[in-house]
Design a protein around this ligand. Structure first.
Ligand SMILES: [Ca+2]
Ligand SMILES: [Ca+2]
Ligand SMILES: [Ca+2]
Ligand SMILES: [Ca+2]
Length: 498
């Protein structure tokens, strides 16, 4: 009996705990659609509470599909400032019974609000515009995207191309949703006008401004721009200016460096012309262009490039001779870093450049060379005090031909020697392995490093220098740098290694 009472009490408590939540239900409308009113009627199926109690509903709404706002309760229509024109929303409904248990609708749905259809917004053409000249082959037209405010409205583009500024006759191309279109091969030397029309899903349109560009004229074939011609009989050739007509051509040639005027030559309807140049034209630069006169069309057209440059250069030649400049011959220099300067060497061949090699001959014998040098000066770091040097320069062109400077100069280094008492070493203390810099060395001398027990660790002859750098690799401790001069005197400096 006691057990039955206990069970009854347990059931009394358990029943509310296991009360079932409201039954499943789903949304009805709006359901994945664009509404043309901002007064939105929400509706959904009823949810049945298993305990037959009352059910209340809450509508949750979001404009980003993640942050939901509690919209309202217990009623099933809604018109609100929450709902904005040109916006998209996600929504669901939560049902709640008297036991505060909840069931969400089976799905989340979405809708858009578009009470007013709007045109695509204004946009600009990007390229080619402003009457610029472009290649006739497959130019790509580009423009800004046009934005459309209406939700889920798609903008597509149509390109209109015309050879008249008023776009009286035109060809149109469907570009789809991309903001570019590649044209095929256009006519050369022609002005084109173009415009793009943006259309939205409801066929509302927005037209761009009209822009224009021009295609290049006929091509010059040979000699190509910046080419080298190795004959005095130069063959000029070019493309036909018109495929259908037979214009007459006039070739214009001038020497660049002489700043001459163009010499004109009528060549009839040929698209080729051979001109004999004189030997005095070797190593010269020329520019040329072709004019096409078309009596049937009444037009005059200039070849694609306003001018095309080439060189007549029969053979490679050595750089011209050149002079040394400074220091003057037999100079006495009070520096260990003298700057050598020479006059630049010219090369007779057009577009041929030179580099230099320095030859330095010490009085102690041998030869030091520095190469390549791309300027006409060089600062020496290779000389020692109290020595004499002879130097000259070789100029070498791109083909390997070379010329020496007209002179060989000589100089002697007598840099002032440092005061012995100013001898310093750094860093101090220094790390176990690294560079030690010793300044104000005086004349001919030998550096010696001793450890604290007096053992000789390192010896180096630094004669003729005012400063020295030595690499050391020492154990931690105290050391002594001893500088022994040629006259038998010496200076000692203490340093630490950590
Ligand atoms: Ca709209
Ligand atoms: Ca629209
Ligand atoms: Ca030459
Ligand atoms: Ca040369």
């Amino acid at each position: 009996m006691k057990i039955n009472i206990l069970l009854s009490l347990m059931i009394l408590f358990i029943v509310p705990i296991f009360a079932a939540p409201p039954g499943a239900f789903d949304l009805i409308s709006p359901d994945q659609e664009i509404l043309n009113s901002d007064n939105v009627l929400f509706s959904w199926e009823s949810s049945i509470d298993p305990e037959a109690g009352p059910v209340t509903y809450t509508v949750w709404i979001s404009d980003n599909c993640s942050d939901y706002t509690k919209a309202f309760s217990t009623v099933d229509t809604y018109g609100s400032a929450l709902i904005q024109e040109n916006s998209e929303y996600w929504w669901y409904v939560s049902a709640e019974d008297q036991d505060l248990e909840k069931t969400d609708s089976d799905s989340i749905s979405w809708f858009g609000v578009n009470e007013v259809e709007e045109d695509p917004e204004a946009f600009n053409l990007i390229f080619p515009i402003g009457n610029i000249q472009i290649e006739k082959e497959n130019p790509e037209l580009t423009w800004q995207h046009s934005h459309d405010n209406d939700p889920w409205d798609t903008v597509t583009y149509t390109v209109f191309l015309s050879t008249s500024s008023g776009m009286d006759t035109y060809v149109s191309y469907i570009a789809g949703e991309t903001n570019s279109y590649s044209l095929g091969v256009l006519k050369e030397d022609m002005s084109y006008y173009w415009q793009v029309i943006a259309s939205d899903t409801a066929l509302n349109t927005r037209a761009s401004a009209i822009e224009n560009f021009k295609t290049f004229s006929f091509e010059l074939f040979s000699p190509l721009s910046f080419s080298k011609v190795d004959t005095l009989n130069v063959t000029f050739s070019w493309d036909r200016a018109h495929s259908a007509d037979t214009p007459t051509y006039e070739i214009r040639i001038r020497e660049v460096s002489a700043a001459d005027l163009y010499v004109m030559q009528n060549v009839g309807s040929d698209t080729q012309f051979v001109k004999p140049f004189g030997t005095d034209n070797d190593n010269s630069l020329f520019e040329w262009q072709v004019y096409a006169y078309d009596p049937e069309r009444g037009t005059t057209r200039i070849s694609r490039y306003s001018s095309q440059t080439f060189s007549v250069d029969i053979a490679n030649e050595n750089p011209y001779p050149f002079s040394l400049f400074s220091p003057s011959d037999s100079a006495i220099l009070e520096t260990l870093h003298p700057e050598l300067v020479w006059n630049p060497s010219q090369d007779p061949d057009p577009w041929d450049g030179v580099s230099y090699t320095l030859h330095l001959l010490p009085d102690s014998g041998g030869e030091i060379t520095v190469s390549p040098i791309f300027s006409n000066f060089y600062t020496l770091t290779e000389v020692e005090n109290f020595h004499s040097y002879t130097w000259y320069i070789t100029a070498t062109d791109s083909g390997g031909l070379h010329s020496d400077s007209l002179e060989q100069f000589c100089f002697r280094i007598t840099a002032p020697v440092a005061e012995r008492e100013l001898l310093t070493l750094s860093p101090n203390p220094m790390k176990k392995a690294g560079e030690m810099r010793i300044s104000a060395i005086c004349g001919d001398c030998v550096l010696k490093i001793f450890d604290s027990s007096g053992n000789l660790i390192l010896e180096k002859d630094v004669s003729g220098k005012n400063e020295a750098t030595i690499n050391i690799d020492l154990a931690s401790g105290i050391y002594f740098l001893y500088v022994e001069y040629a006259d038998g005197e010496g200076l000692i400096r203490r340093f630490g290694v950590y």
